[in-house]
Ligand binder design. Structure first.
Ligand SMILES: *Cc1c(COP(=O)(O)O)cnc(C)c1O
Length: 422
């Protein structure tokens, strides 16, 4: 799609022809002091609230008020199995089978629980490969796992780094690390879409590489879930974790998602941390039985989960279910390509997009590096009504979200950026 045009008329025309434009009205768009819609390009950090969310949560509040403990079985959406209402839609969002997916805990907690099962270090094979610029929480989590098992967290961590003068990671370099150190590596743990550059990795390729060298492979898909077509099942990854408050619009600090590949679904010897929610549903309330894990990802749950948070996730997933990732992805690609086109027209050599140009290697986020910029650029954008995300030292991350952002949002963002740069 390179028949883009520069003027506002083109943006308006695209919005009129956009079959998903009606969904914007299903979200609360933050307003400026004059009551105008802000240009919200920060759904990669915190997704906007669906207008329906309040009703979904109120339903559970009402059932709790009216039924008390009976709500577990008699609520309109009985709480006992509430997480099951989310599984099918979530599985579609991440390209997995229902048995491979569960909504539980939060992202970093799930990462640890997955490492209990899939990071099984031995004296010969204990190292972990991550991206050099992995999200800090991921780095802290894997370092603490190394220490927990009695290994040095510097020696035990192998970093997949960008080459000098580059931002994006090359598969040859991961291959080289594995060729040299593969026999020492227990786990390859990569962010499916890098939070900083927006680079969407080939999960299948990384998984095959890791497996070839006898490593377990897991992904943090915080920036992938609801943004790109992850195809987790086909990737063959052993596990994946993600949050639902970014592209999945479920509200601050909401629950995370977890994927365990089908091949591990019935492996009861796989060690794990357990609780009553990982136990066979038939006998859970007999409270006496020996532990009997539920097959699949559900068998990694620990506690009875927070229903109010799950209600917010359901409100959002129902929208994804209605549209489908394929259609969302089509708009996402077009909208981001348009954004890229306009940024290139700025004709100012102070800005550079570090996100891959290939649409298969990115989601909707573009990371824009601005020469000699500091945080004041971000503040000026905010004053101009554009909510973006600033990452030190010099990058603005902007994510036009196909569910609620318009071509006109993108147009106005670039106009305002141009004004500020002049
Ligand atoms: C957002 C994000 C997190 C946040 O972790 P929480 O446990 O949800 O606070 C972790 N890792 C990545 C890659 C993220 O993008």
């Amino acid at each position: 799609m390179s028949n883009f045009k520069t003027g506002i008329d083109f943006a308006k025309e695209q919005d009129e022809n956009d079959t998903l434009s009606c969904y914007r009205n299903q979200f609360h768009i933050p307003k400026d002091k004059q009551g105008n819609d802000m240009i919200y390009l920060c759904g990669n950090s915190l997704g906007l609230q669906p207008k329906a969310t309040k009703d979904y949560i109120n339903q559970e509040l009402e059932d709790w008020a009216n039924l008390g403990v009976e709500g577990h079985t008699h609520a309109k959406n009985p709480w006992l199995g509430y997480h099951e209402f989310l599984t099918d839609s979530m599985a579609k969002v991440v390209g997995a089978k229902p048995i491979e997916v569960v909504v539980m805990n939060t992202l970093t907690a799930n990462l640890h629980f997955m490492m209990v099962s899939f990071y099984k270090p031995t004296i010969e094979r204990y190292k972990i490969i991550i991206e050099a610029d992995a999200f800090p929480s991921d780095k802290y989590a894997v370092e603490s796992q190394l220490r927990h098992h009695g290994y040095d967290d510097k020696e035990g961590l192998l970093l997949w780094k960008a080459r000098e003068g580059e931002e994006l990671l090359r598969y040859e370099d991961l291959e080289a690390i594995l060729k040299e150190h593969g026999d020492d590596v227990a786990l390859v743990m990569i962010g499916g879409v890098n939070y900083y550059t927006g680079q969407f990795f080939d999960l299948k390729r990384i998984t095959e590489l890791g497996h070839k060298h006898g490593c377990m492979v897991g992904f943090d898909c915080a920036h992938g879930a609801g943004n790109v077509e992850l195809n987790l099942h086909d990737s063959g990854a052993d596990f994946a974790v993600w949050c639902t408050y970014k592209y999945l619009n479920s509200g601050p600090g909401s629950l995370g998602g977890c994927f365990v590949h089908e091949r591990h679904a019935h492996n009861k010897r796989l060690n794990r941390f357990t609780g009553w929610w990982s136990h066979n549903k038939e006998t859970r309330f007999k409270m006496r039985d020996e532990f009997d894990a539920i097959p699949g990802a559900e068998g990694w749950q620990l506690s009875n989960p927070p229903i109010l948070s799950m209600a917010a996730i359901k409100a959002s997933l129902d929208i994804f279910e209605e549209i489908g990732m394929k259609k969302l992805n089509e708009k996402s690609r077009a909208l981001t390509a348009y954004f890229e086109f306009l940024l290139k027209q700025v004709g100012d050599d102070s800005i550079r997009i570090i996100t891959p140009e290939n649409p298969d290697e990115r989601g909707c986020q573009l990371s824009i590096q601005v020469k000699n910029a500091d945080r004041s650029l971000h503040d000026k954008l905010t004053d101009a009504g554009v909510i973006s995300d600033w990452r030190e030292p010099d990058v603005i991350r902007c994510a036009p979200i196909p569910l609620y952002n318009s071509y006109q949002d993108v147009y106005h963002m670039v106009e305002r950026l141009k004004n500020i740069l002049e």
